[in-house]
Design a protein around this ligand. Structure first.
Ligand code: ATP
Length: 241
Protein backbone atom coordinates (compact mmCIF):
# COMPACT_ATOMS: atom_id res chain seq x y z
CA UNK A 1 0.00 0.00 0.00
CA UNK A 2 1.29 3.43 -0.98
CA UNK A 3 -0.09 6.37 0.95
CA UNK A 4 0.67 9.94 -0.08
CA UNK A 5 -0.62 12.77 2.13
CA UNK A 6 -0.53 16.44 1.24
CA UNK A 7 2.38 16.21 -1.16
CA UNK A 8 3.52 19.66 -2.26
CA UNK A 9 6.44 20.60 -4.44
CA UNK A 10 7.65 24.17 -4.56
CA UNK A 11 9.89 25.12 -7.46
CA UNK A 12 12.53 27.62 -6.22
CA UNK A 13 11.46 31.14 -7.16
CA UNK A 14 8.23 29.86 -8.70
CA UNK A 15 4.71 28.84 -7.75
CA UNK A 16 3.79 25.44 -6.34
CA UNK A 17 4.21 22.84 -9.08
CA UNK A 18 2.31 20.29 -6.97
CA UNK A 19 0.07 21.07 -4.05
CA UNK A 20 -1.95 19.17 -1.46
CA UNK A 21 -1.91 15.83 -3.29
CA UNK A 22 -3.24 12.87 -1.31
CA UNK A 23 -4.13 9.32 -2.37
CA UNK A 24 -3.75 5.67 -1.41
CA UNK A 25 -2.85 2.95 -3.87
CA UNK A 26 -3.26 -0.76 -3.16
CA UNK A 27 -0.86 -3.52 -4.22
CA UNK A 28 -1.47 -4.68 -7.79
CA UNK A 29 -3.41 -1.61 -8.90
CA UNK A 30 -2.78 -0.16 -12.36
CA UNK A 31 -3.00 3.59 -11.90
CA UNK A 32 -2.82 6.11 -14.73
CA UNK A 33 -1.89 9.75 -14.19
CA UNK A 34 -3.50 12.10 -16.69
CA UNK A 35 -3.51 15.86 -17.19
CA UNK A 36 -2.59 18.59 -19.63
CA UNK A 37 0.99 19.44 -20.52
CA UNK A 38 2.69 21.10 -17.56
CA UNK A 39 0.08 19.92 -15.03
CA UNK A 40 2.75 18.10 -13.01
CA UNK A 41 2.39 14.46 -14.09
CA UNK A 42 6.09 13.67 -14.55
CA UNK A 43 7.01 15.67 -11.49
CA UNK A 44 4.55 13.67 -9.38
CA UNK A 45 6.05 10.42 -10.68
CA UNK A 46 9.59 11.63 -9.91
CA UNK A 47 8.48 12.66 -6.41
CA UNK A 48 7.09 9.14 -5.84
CA UNK A 49 10.45 7.73 -7.01
CA UNK A 50 12.23 10.21 -4.67
CA UNK A 51 14.08 11.67 -7.63
CA UNK A 52 12.71 15.05 -6.58
CA UNK A 53 12.74 16.45 -3.08
CA UNK A 54 9.28 16.93 -1.59
CA UNK A 55 8.60 20.40 -0.18
CA UNK A 56 5.91 19.03 2.12
CA UNK A 57 3.95 15.85 2.74
CA UNK A 58 4.00 12.34 4.18
CA UNK A 59 4.88 9.21 2.29
CA UNK A 60 4.09 5.76 3.68
CA UNK A 61 4.96 2.59 1.75
CA UNK A 62 3.81 -0.75 3.16
CA UNK A 63 3.44 0.82 6.58
CA UNK A 64 6.93 2.40 6.54
CA UNK A 65 6.98 6.17 6.99
CA UNK A 66 9.62 6.89 4.37
CA UNK A 67 10.76 10.34 5.52
CA UNK A 68 10.80 9.44 9.23
CA UNK A 69 13.04 6.43 8.45
CA UNK A 70 15.72 8.58 6.81
CA UNK A 71 18.23 6.67 4.70
CA UNK A 72 16.59 3.25 5.21
CA UNK A 73 13.28 4.70 4.04
CA UNK A 74 14.91 6.08 0.91
CA UNK A 75 16.63 2.77 0.27
CA UNK A 76 13.30 0.98 0.56
CA UNK A 77 11.86 3.20 -2.18
CA UNK A 78 14.97 2.69 -4.36
CA UNK A 79 14.79 -1.07 -3.89
CA UNK A 80 11.09 -1.65 -4.18
CA UNK A 81 9.98 1.04 -6.61
CA UNK A 82 11.42 0.94 -10.11
CA UNK A 83 11.37 4.18 -12.09
CA UNK A 84 11.33 4.22 -15.88
CA UNK A 85 11.70 7.53 -17.66
CA UNK A 86 9.97 8.38 -20.94
CA UNK A 87 11.54 6.69 -23.98
CA UNK A 88 14.16 4.64 -22.12
CA UNK A 89 17.17 3.57 -24.16
CA UNK A 90 18.81 0.17 -24.40
CA UNK A 91 22.56 -0.20 -25.01
CA UNK A 92 22.46 -0.69 -28.80
CA UNK A 93 25.38 -3.09 -29.26
CA UNK A 94 24.46 -5.41 -26.37
CA UNK A 95 21.85 -8.16 -26.51
CA UNK A 96 18.47 -7.58 -24.94
CA UNK A 97 19.43 -10.11 -22.25
CA UNK A 98 22.64 -8.20 -21.39
CA UNK A 99 20.61 -5.02 -21.25
CA UNK A 100 18.27 -6.59 -18.72
CA UNK A 101 21.26 -7.90 -16.74
CA UNK A 102 23.12 -4.61 -16.56
CA UNK A 103 19.93 -2.70 -15.76
CA UNK A 104 19.27 -1.19 -12.39
CA UNK A 105 23.03 -0.89 -12.02
CA UNK A 106 22.66 0.96 -8.72
CA UNK A 107 21.37 -2.28 -7.21
CA UNK A 108 24.36 -4.28 -8.42
CA UNK A 109 27.48 -4.36 -6.22
CA UNK A 110 30.27 -2.19 -7.65
CA UNK A 111 32.74 -5.08 -7.90
CA UNK A 112 30.34 -6.99 -10.16
CA UNK A 113 29.77 -3.93 -12.30
CA UNK A 114 33.54 -3.46 -12.68
CA UNK A 115 34.32 -7.11 -13.37
CA UNK A 116 31.21 -7.65 -15.50
CA UNK A 117 30.72 -10.92 -13.61
CA UNK A 118 27.24 -12.35 -13.86
CA UNK A 119 25.95 -14.73 -11.23
CA UNK A 120 23.91 -17.71 -12.33
CA UNK A 121 20.89 -16.58 -10.32
CA UNK A 122 21.06 -13.11 -11.94
CA UNK A 123 21.03 -14.79 -15.31
CA UNK A 124 18.09 -17.04 -14.33
CA UNK A 125 16.23 -14.04 -12.89
CA UNK A 126 16.72 -12.06 -16.11
CA UNK A 127 15.57 -14.97 -18.29
CA UNK A 128 12.59 -15.52 -16.01
CA UNK A 129 11.57 -11.88 -16.33
CA UNK A 130 12.08 -11.95 -20.11
CA UNK A 131 9.90 -15.05 -20.31
CA UNK A 132 7.18 -13.38 -18.26
CA UNK A 133 7.21 -10.55 -20.79
CA UNK A 134 6.84 -13.10 -23.60
CA UNK A 135 10.16 -12.03 -25.15
CA UNK A 136 12.30 -15.17 -24.91
CA UNK A 137 12.72 -15.38 -28.69
CA UNK A 138 14.24 -11.86 -28.73
CA UNK A 139 16.58 -12.26 -25.74
CA UNK A 140 19.70 -12.60 -27.88
CA UNK A 141 18.87 -9.84 -30.33
CA UNK A 142 20.96 -6.64 -30.13
CA UNK A 143 19.30 -3.59 -28.56
CA UNK A 144 19.26 -1.61 -31.82
CA UNK A 145 17.57 -4.44 -33.74
CA UNK A 146 14.42 -4.38 -31.64
CA UNK A 147 11.17 -2.57 -32.43
CA UNK A 148 10.08 0.38 -30.29
CA UNK A 149 7.57 -1.78 -28.44
CA UNK A 150 10.11 -4.54 -27.79
CA UNK A 151 12.62 -1.98 -26.49
CA UNK A 152 10.01 -0.65 -24.11
CA UNK A 153 9.11 -4.16 -22.91
CA UNK A 154 12.78 -5.02 -22.32
CA UNK A 155 13.20 -1.72 -20.49
CA UNK A 156 10.30 -2.75 -18.24
CA UNK A 157 11.92 -6.14 -17.67
CA UNK A 158 15.22 -4.37 -16.83
CA UNK A 159 13.45 -2.07 -14.37
CA UNK A 160 11.72 -4.95 -12.57
CA UNK A 161 14.43 -7.62 -12.68
CA UNK A 162 15.67 -6.90 -9.16
CA UNK A 163 12.30 -7.63 -7.62
CA UNK A 164 10.66 -4.20 -7.38
CA UNK A 165 7.03 -4.36 -6.31
CA UNK A 166 6.02 -1.09 -7.95
CA UNK A 167 6.76 0.30 -11.39
CA UNK A 168 6.66 4.06 -11.88
CA UNK A 169 6.68 4.61 -15.62
CA UNK A 170 6.50 7.84 -17.61
CA UNK A 171 4.50 7.65 -20.86
CA UNK A 172 5.10 3.93 -21.55
CA UNK A 173 3.53 4.08 -25.00
CA UNK A 174 4.79 7.40 -26.31
CA UNK A 175 6.08 7.08 -29.85
CA UNK A 176 4.65 3.57 -30.31
CA UNK A 177 2.13 2.61 -32.98
CA UNK A 178 -1.29 1.49 -31.67
CA UNK A 179 -0.50 -2.23 -31.99
CA UNK A 180 2.79 -1.96 -30.05
CA UNK A 181 1.10 0.26 -27.47
CA UNK A 182 -1.59 -2.41 -26.91
CA UNK A 183 1.06 -5.08 -26.39
CA UNK A 184 3.04 -2.97 -23.88
CA UNK A 185 -0.05 -2.02 -21.89
CA UNK A 186 -1.39 -5.59 -21.96
CA UNK A 187 1.96 -6.73 -20.50
CA UNK A 188 1.74 -4.14 -17.74
CA UNK A 189 -1.84 -5.11 -16.97
CA UNK A 190 -0.92 -8.80 -16.83
CA UNK A 191 1.93 -8.05 -14.42
CA UNK A 192 -0.49 -6.27 -12.10
CA UNK A 193 -2.99 -9.09 -12.14
CA UNK A 194 -0.71 -12.14 -12.09
CA UNK A 195 2.28 -10.89 -10.09
CA UNK A 196 0.69 -8.19 -7.96
CA UNK A 197 3.03 -5.52 -9.33
CA UNK A 198 1.65 -2.03 -8.76
CA UNK A 199 1.93 0.12 -11.88
CA UNK A 200 1.72 3.90 -11.71
CA UNK A 201 2.00 5.29 -15.22
CA UNK A 202 1.81 8.76 -16.70
CA UNK A 203 -0.50 8.18 -19.67
CA UNK A 204 -1.64 11.45 -21.13
CA UNK A 205 -2.43 10.45 -24.69
CA UNK A 206 -5.63 9.08 -26.19
CA UNK A 207 -7.89 6.79 -24.21
CA UNK A 208 -5.18 4.29 -23.17
CA UNK A 209 -5.66 5.15 -19.50
CA UNK A 210 -9.36 4.46 -19.63
CA UNK A 211 -8.91 1.22 -21.53
CA UNK A 212 -6.16 -0.30 -19.39
CA UNK A 213 -5.95 1.32 -15.96
CA UNK A 214 -8.04 0.36 -12.93
CA UNK A 215 -7.83 3.89 -11.68
CA UNK A 216 -7.20 7.38 -13.06
CA UNK A 217 -5.63 10.26 -11.15
CA UNK A 218 -6.18 13.54 -12.98
CA UNK A 219 -4.02 16.61 -12.40
CA UNK A 220 -4.75 20.21 -13.19
CA UNK A 221 -2.17 22.83 -12.44
CA UNK A 222 -0.43 20.67 -9.84
CA UNK A 223 -3.63 19.69 -8.02
CA UNK A 224 -5.39 16.34 -7.92
CA UNK A 225 -8.82 17.04 -9.37
CA UNK A 226 -9.93 13.57 -10.51
CA UNK A 227 -9.56 10.24 -8.70
CA UNK A 228 -11.77 7.53 -10.17
CA UNK A 229 -11.72 3.77 -10.08
CA UNK A 230 -13.34 1.11 -12.25
CA UNK A 231 -15.21 3.45 -14.56
CA UNK A 232 -14.63 5.86 -17.43
CA UNK A 233 -14.33 9.58 -16.85
CA UNK A 234 -17.50 11.64 -17.20
CA UNK A 235 -17.51 14.56 -19.63
CA UNK A 236 -17.33 16.89 -16.64
CA UNK A 237 -14.24 15.12 -15.28
CA UNK A 238 -12.60 15.26 -18.72
CA UNK A 239 -13.13 19.03 -18.68
CA UNK A 240 -11.36 19.29 -15.32
CA UNK A 241 -8.02 17.96 -16.54
N1 ATP B 1 13.10 19.95 -11.61
C1 ATP B 1 12.32 20.99 -11.92
N2 ATP B 1 12.72 22.26 -11.66
C2 ATP B 1 11.93 23.31 -11.94
N3 ATP B 1 10.70 23.19 -12.49
C3 ATP B 1 10.25 21.98 -12.77
C4 ATP B 1 11.03 20.81 -12.50
N4 ATP B 1 10.31 19.73 -12.90
C5 ATP B 1 9.16 20.21 -13.38
N5 ATP B 1 9.11 21.56 -13.28
C6 ATP B 1 7.96 22.40 -13.65
O1 ATP B 1 6.80 21.81 -13.07
C7 ATP B 1 5.71 21.88 -13.96
C8 ATP B 1 5.18 20.49 -14.25
O2 ATP B 1 6.15 19.79 -15.05
P1 ATP B 1 5.92 18.27 -15.51
O3 ATP B 1 7.11 17.89 -16.31
O4 ATP B 1 5.58 17.45 -14.35
O5 ATP B 1 4.64 18.41 -16.45
P2 ATP B 1 3.86 17.27 -17.23
O6 ATP B 1 2.44 17.32 -16.77
O7 ATP B 1 4.56 15.98 -17.12
O8 ATP B 1 3.96 17.85 -18.72
P3 ATP B 1 4.19 17.12 -20.14
O9 ATP B 1 2.93 16.34 -20.41
O10 ATP B 1 4.35 18.27 -21.07
O11 ATP B 1 5.41 16.27 -20.01
C9 ATP B 1 6.20 22.61 -15.20
O12 ATP B 1 5.84 23.95 -15.09
C10 ATP B 1 7.69 22.40 -15.15
O13 ATP B 1 8.35 23.47 -15.79
Amino acid sequence: MIKVSQLSKQIPGGPSALSGISFEIGQGEFVAIKGASGSGKSLLLRCLALRERWSYGDYVVDGVDIFKKGLSGRLKVRREMAYLEEKPTLIPNKTALKNVLVGAAHQTPIWRRVTGMIRNDDYMGAMDMIEKMGLLDKAHQKGDKLSGGEKQRFAIARALVHGAKTLLVDEPVSGLDPHQAEVVLSDLKRMCKSQGITVIAVMSQGDWAERFADRILGLNNGKLVVDIKGRRMTEREKMLI
